[in-house]
Design a protein around this ligand. Structure first.
Ligand code: ADP
Ligand code: MG
Length: 345
């Protein structure tokens, strides 16, 4: 699932390296080596491991997109985040994966592990969860409740028109790369949550912290993109790293124009020196990065206006592999990439 850059590790007390003799596998190597199989084991599996959600063949009308994500206290969210925000966020990060597939959310299950029963905490958690569920008409249809260190696993189910889906693997050379909203805000919000900065205004602090606590899954945008985009991924681990995943899945390369990357005014004001790095490598923004054939810029800007969410063209798909960052015509090397739960500390 979704993860953050080093900021997420900063409040983690858990070891992040795989305890294998003489080898340290990344999260993604673990998935690829042990859980990705050459063929689907059931004829109903349209799309298995490797994208933002799996797709099962359903009725003549609908296929089913399914995604699951776990959130561990102190790893995926600060342990002292408000309970209502934790509930909201646990569902939001999952709906974001459905958005990246172009799916319409229908239902969710919730596995909740609690260290203790604090009735007020659970009440607030559920109110945050249902606040978002009600926004998208998502039914909670089951789950599990157990005792242990606080962790939350949400699985979501969404409808796709039969035979249709938006994937990471459909980008073509020449397609333009778009990004919804702004990235870097959630990582800045996490910094401010950990250590408030007196130089930052209350409005900016509130905005950035809200972007961490209550990400807005771009479900409506994803639904429109099903008919417009050639590929999509939600930005959970950092823009650069997630664009790399999209490019790899599509067997293409990508040019990211840093001078086209829009920053929120709060991020630009509060973290001027670091803003671009946060926007490129900070995780947890849950914006959509997607590709579209050329000359659709005005159509996408209009769609963004309709949905109340800025949509910017930030680059282009090219032949080859990997992501190259350009700034005013010059190639720029960016060191940090995306978050990996088992990556080097
Ligand atoms: P996302 O960030 O979109 O949630 P992840 O990076 O967590 O996606 O996972 C990448 C892909 O690997 C997804 O298709 C996910 O379903 C799959 N995956 C992750 N962990 C496992 C696992 N333990 N077993 C099978 N598939 C997995
Ligand atoms: Mg995803």
């Amino acid at each position: 699932m979704r993860k953050n850059v080093t900021q997420r590790g900063a409040h983690s007390s858990q070891p992040r390296k795989c305890r294998c003799p003489n080898v340290s596998l990344s999260e993604f190597q673990i998935i690829e080596r042990f859980f990705t199989r050459a063929s689907a084991e059931h004829h109903s599996v349209e799309l298995g491991v490797g994208d933002d959600a799996a797709v099962l063949r359903g009725s003549a009308e609908h296929d089913l997109a399914i995604s699951v994500d776990s959130m561990v206290s102190g790893v995926h969210f600060p342990a002292d985040l408000a309970a209502a925000d934790i509930g909201y966020r646990a569902l939001a990060v999952n709906l974001s994966d459905l958005a990246a597939m172009g799916a319409t959310p229908i239902a969710a299950t919730l596995a909740l592990t609690l260290a203790e029963v604090d009735e007020l905490w659970v009440r607030d958690f559920s109110s945050g969860f249902f606040e978002l569920a009600d926004q998208f008409g998502v039914a909670l249809i089951g789950g599990d409740t157990t005792r242990g260190p606080l962790s939350i696993t949400v699985q979501v189910f969404g409808h796709l028109p039969s035979g249709r889906k938006l994937t990471r693997s459909g980008a073509h050379v020449g397609d333009r790369i778009y990004l919804s909203g702004y990235t870097g805000d959630a990582a800045a919000g996490l910094r401010l949550h950990a250590a408030p900065e007196s130089a930052v205004t209350k409005d900016d602090t509130d905005y950035l912290k809200m972007r961490l606590a209550r990400p807005e899954p771009r479900v409506r945008l994803g639904q429109h993109l099903l008919a417009l985009a050639s590929s999509a991924i939600d930005v959970s681990d950092g823009l650069l790293g997630d664009l790399e995943k999209l490019a790899a899945a599509s067997s293409v390369g990508a040019i990211l124009n840093l001078d086209k990357l829009s920053l929120s005014s709060a991020l630009a004001r509060c973290f001027a020196g670091d803003a671009r790095k946060l926007a490129l490598t900070g995780g947890d923004d849950y914006e959509l990065c997607f590709t579209v054939v050329p000359n659709r810029e005005s159509q996408l800007e209009a769609l963004g206006d309709d949905l109340g969410c800025a949509v910017h063209c930030v680059g282009e798909i090219v032949a080859g592999g990997g992501v190259v960052c350009m700034d005013a015509g010059n190639e720029v090397e960016i060191e940090a990439r995306s978050f990996d739960h088992f990556g080097a500390l």
